[in-house]
Design a protein around this ligand. Sequence first.
Ligand code: FMN
Length: 170
Amino acid sequence: MDVFEAISQRRSIRTYKNKEIEEEKLRKVLEAARLAPSASNRQAWKFVPVRDPETRAKLAGATYGQQWVEEAPAIIVACATEGKGVMTCGQATHTVDVSIACAMMMLEAWEQGLGTCWLGTFNEGEVKKVLAIPPHMRVVTMMPLGYPNEAPPQRPRKAFDEIVSFDKYR
Ligand SMILES: Cc1cc2nc3c(=O)[nH]c(=O)nc-3n(C[C@H](O)[C@H](O)[C@H](O)COP(=O)(O)O)c2cc1C
């Protein structure tokens, strides 16, 4: 599978098979995050893959009703070890850095036959409590990871010309 195939075939997966993820595959997905670029190469992140079913259930409990999250054999909790930095361009460093690393993981996962789903709907405070994450850190997202038990069709996207404007903003 080449990169564009992974990009175009990836789907958010919300139903997972009851099948463990091979250690090697899980490590390769996390390796994709380790190799991701970051501002000034600070790599101010920490990824917590949660496989324990009881802890997964507690994390799912912090997602405002998205109980399906606990079905996934792993939930990768993606954290920033610093949450205050702002780049010269005005964007929050930690959100950008961790998001890039997670996008890399999503694609590597898809190549390994594994599905993910980005979660933005969760209670950060509760997640931090469940995993004993220090107060100064931020949880940018949680991503359930596992073998898909559904094959959703491609979700709609805006047309190319609607989102691209060569040479000048139009
Ligand atoms: C920042 C962000 C937050 C999201 N939060 C959630 C979420 O909390 N729950 C969920 O089921 N999907 C969530 N999604 C997944 C989107 O709904 C999904 O990416 C979008 O509908 C397009 O579908 P696709 O990923 O299959 O192409 C989120 C995606 C992004 C990028």
